[in-house]
Structures are given as C-alpha cells and as structure tokens.
Design a protein around this ligand. Structure first.
Ligand code: PHE
Length: 462
C-alpha cells in the first residue's frame, strides 16, 4: 500500500527480504527482458550489443539502482514527495515529476498494449497458433493480429484491467504474492525453451550471432539503445525503485538486495536471447524484425516441441504475469500521484489514471495497425524512443548528480545502515561511479546517440 497519509510513519513494509527482492525483480523482469532485449539485440548487430549492455548495466545501471533505493528508504515517500522530505532544493523534485510522467503514463500506456499481446498469444496457443507456426507462418500471424485494431484494443483493456486489480489489492497481498510464484515458473519454462532452441538443426549460427561480437556493427546508437534498455529493464530513472526502496525496512541490506535484483534481471534477459536466437537462425527468420521478434520466433519453437501448445500457453501465461508485475509498479506511480495531487481515494485514482493511460496506449495500438505516424515512426516506437532514450537517461543522470554531489553522506549512511555495515571497497567504486563515471557516460552516450554531439561539434567549429 502506498504512503497515502503522506507522513510516512505507518508505511506498510515488505513481508520479508526475499519478498522485497522478488518484488523488485518482479518490477525489473518483464517485457523488457523477453520482448525488448532480444529485439534490440537483433536490430543492433547481436553479441556486440549484449557486450555493451552488460558493461553499461554493471557500471551505470547498478550504481543508479543503489542510489534510488537509498533515496527511497531515507525519504520513505513516493518520488514526487521524496525530495521534499529530504529537505533539499525543490529542483530535485523534477526527478519525481519526470519519472511520474514517463513511467506512470508514457511507458505504461504502450506496455499495456504489448501486455495485451501476451494474453492473445496465450489463448491462441490453444487455438490456431501452433498450426500456423508449424507451417512457418508465425510472422504473418503476428502481422495479421496487430493489424486488427479492435482485437488489439480489447486485449489491451483486459491487460490494463488486470494491472488495475493488482494495484488495488496493494503491495503485500497483490504484488509480493504473485511474484513469488510466477517468477520461478517463468524461469523454468525458459530453460525448457532454451534446450529446444539449442538442439534445433542450424542453431549454431544463432549462437554465434548472440555470443561472438562483431565490432564493425558498433554504431553510435548501439550505446544509446543499450543504455536505455539497461534503465528500462532495471526499472530505473522513473522513481520506481525509489518507491520500492521506501517500503524497505531499516535493517535490510540495500547493496546485496540490489545485486540480486540486477543479476536476476540480467539473467532472464540473457536466457531469453538463448531461447530466441538459435531458433531464429534455425528457422530462417531475420534478426531485425523489430517489435515482433519474440512473438514471431517463439511460437515457431513451440510448434516444434511435443505438446508445444501447452508449453506455449504456459509461457505466455508466465510472461503475462511477468508483465503485470512490472506494469503494476508503473501504475502504482500514477496512482500515488493522483492520490497525493487530487486527494482522490485509491480506487478512484486507479480508475481515473487507468482511463487516461488506456487512451494514450490506444493511440499506440492503432498506430501499429497503420497510421497515424509520428516523425515517420509508429506512435509506439516514438513513445518508446522518447522514454527510453531520452527521459530515462535524463532521470538517471539527475539521480547520479543529486546523490553524488548533493546528498553523498546521507546516501553512504543509508547504504551502510548508519555505519553498522562494514565499508567495503565496492562502496568507493560506487562513489566514483555515481559522482563521475555514470553522469559523464550518460551525458556522452546521450549526446552522441541522439546526434546532438555532432551538431554541437559543427557549431563549435564554425
Ligand atoms: N523493467 C520492466 C521490464 O523490463 C519495465 C519497467 C520499466 C517497469 C520501468 C517499471 C519501470 O519489463
């Protein structure tokens, strides 16, 4: 339950340390790992993207996550109120606002659309999906599905409704319990999928694509895409981990919880790649399919397994749950915002925000089916680009500057539980990352990836 009293004294806390890690991992692990990560790997030249992604996750993602948890636990508030509670310049409240807008509204709007796809695929697994996929037509199936506006909108409504229900039932009962069951189940089915994918004839080419970096594929946008994906996948830069940290008990160890969360998230992303790429090459699909990659490749793998339809059903069911545990963390931000700003009851806030978010998402869904386009992109792609390549990096940059330069001592106290935990070497590395390395890297990757650096350079040379 969120901090509706605003006083932060009687906040509900996570039932256990494991509960917290699984809930944070539940927010982190979602469509970002199974849908977004593989298609970005496919579009950005394979292994080289994976490599850049891993570097960025360790050197930038992890430090930002530590920082967000520290702010959250110290402030015991939702993102917008947190910075006020810490008695720092109101400017930093911008992090909360930016996160609320990007996460609570923009990301969630199109996340619901893709979440709806998982439901459709779950049902179709027991319907005609396997027969179609067995004849190599899963790409056509996908294209046909996203072209049917009413269908897509209907499934988007079902997914949004599920998210709203979970958010209404609160942190402990809803989120924590669901994550404890669904996350291990998703993991197991991924392992089965990987075994099938790796044993298909012709799988080697996919393994090579996924594991053997081809440096010539490295471009400016590889770094920006990897940076955005790292933040998206770890749920950073939106105040989500800040909010989750605010429900964390004073005696818990933030650093180990962070390492667990980030490792689980990265593991699931990497495993998804192993399930997808060997099969993709074995079946002659293109890596640069874009948003459809997972939905096109995996049904084809299931179709080649005994009892494939049941595996497929279970897989999309678990993916649906992984997606819901992420979308409810996003919805929680929008809800808390409406409660605090407009003094609404929780249930009214959920309904009002649900409708606004649905309308915005509906636009993404319709745009994928044909038009309207924004700057030549589908509206979904445009929103995704704006959030992940602009708003999340900006949010995370501000978190680093805030913690590194304006709030370092309290942050260190928070991370060592007021000096009770030993100060280890990694704490010095963290300070270096959060003060210098991460902000400079984010700024550089952002300016370079968006082409602003080049513009700046030409302008300075004139
Ligand atoms: N991390 C989630 C995923 O990988 C998505 C998400 C992003 C959730 C940002 C919350 C905040 O699917």
């Amino acid at each position: 339950m969120s901090d509706e009293s605003g006083k932060g004294l009687t906040r509900e806390q996570w039932g256990s340390r494991l509960g917290f890690i699984l809930a944070a991992a539940g927010s982190a692990i979602g469509l970002g790992n199974v849908w977004r990560f593989p298609y970005l790997v496919g579009e950005n030249g394979g292994a080289v993207f994976v490599l850049v992604y891993l570097f960025i996750t360790v050197l930038i993602g992890l430090p930002v996550m530590l920082a967000e948890f520290a702010i959250g636990r110290a402030a015991q508030r939702s993102p917008v109120a947190a910075f006020r509670a810490l008695n720092v310049s109101p400017f930093w409240g911008a992090i909360g606002w930016l996160g609320t807008l990007a996460g609570g509204f923009f990301v969630l709007s199109y996340y619901n659309v893709i979440g709806g796809w998982t439901i459709r695929y779950m049902l179709e697994s027991l319907g005609g999906l396997m027969e179609t996929a067995a004849t190599g037509q899963s790409k056509e199936f996908f294209g046909h599905f996203i072209g049917q506006r009413q269908q897509v909108l209907m499934f988007q409504i079902v997914f949004s409704g599920a998210t709203m229900l979970f958010v209404l039932s609160g942190i402990g009962k809803g989120i924590e319990r669901a994550c404890k069951v669904m996350m291990p189940a998703l993991f197991l089915i991924l392992v089965v999928l990987i075994i099938r994918s790796l044993t298909l004839p012709g799988a080697e080419a996919g393994i090579e694509f996924y594991l053997k970096p081809d440096l010539s594929k490295l471009t400016r946008s590889t770094f920006l895409s990897a940076l955005g994906q790292s933040f998206f996948s770890l749920s950073l830069g939106l105040g989500i981990m800040l909010t989750y940290g605010s429900y964390l008990g004073r005696e818990e160890r933030i650093p180990s919880a962070t390492v667990w969360t980030a490792s689980l998230d990265t593991l699931i992303a990497l495993l998804s790649g192993f399930a997808i790429f060997p099969a993709m090459f074995a079946m002659g699909f293109e890596p640069g399919q874009g948003v459809g990659l997972t939905f096109i490749t995996l049904p084809a793998v299931f179709a080649k397994m005994p009892a494939g339809q049941y595996f497929s059903f279970l897989f999309f069911l678990f993916l649906f749950f992984a997606a819901v545990t992420s979308s409810m963390s996003l919805m929680e931000v929008a809800t808390t915002f409406a409660i605090e700003k407009f003094n609404l009851k929780r249930v009214n806030a959920v309904c009002l925000m649900g409708i606004i978010i649905f309308l915005l998402g509906g636009y993404s869904a319709i745009s994928l089916a044909g038009d309207p386009k924004v700057a030549g992109m589908d509206f979904l792609d445009a929103l995704d680009y704006l959030c992940n390549n602009v708003m999340l990096p900006v949010g995370s940059f501000l978190v680093c500057v805030f913690v590194g330069w304006f709030w370092l001592d309290p942050a260190l106290k928070e991370l060592t539980n007021n000096g009770k935990l030993e100060t280890r070497w990694w704490l010095h590395v963290w300070v270096l990352c959060v003060r210098v390395l991460a902000p400079i890297a984010i700024l550089f990757i952002f300016l370079n990836g968006t082409g602003l650096l080049e513009t700046l350079d030409t302008w300075l040379r004139q």
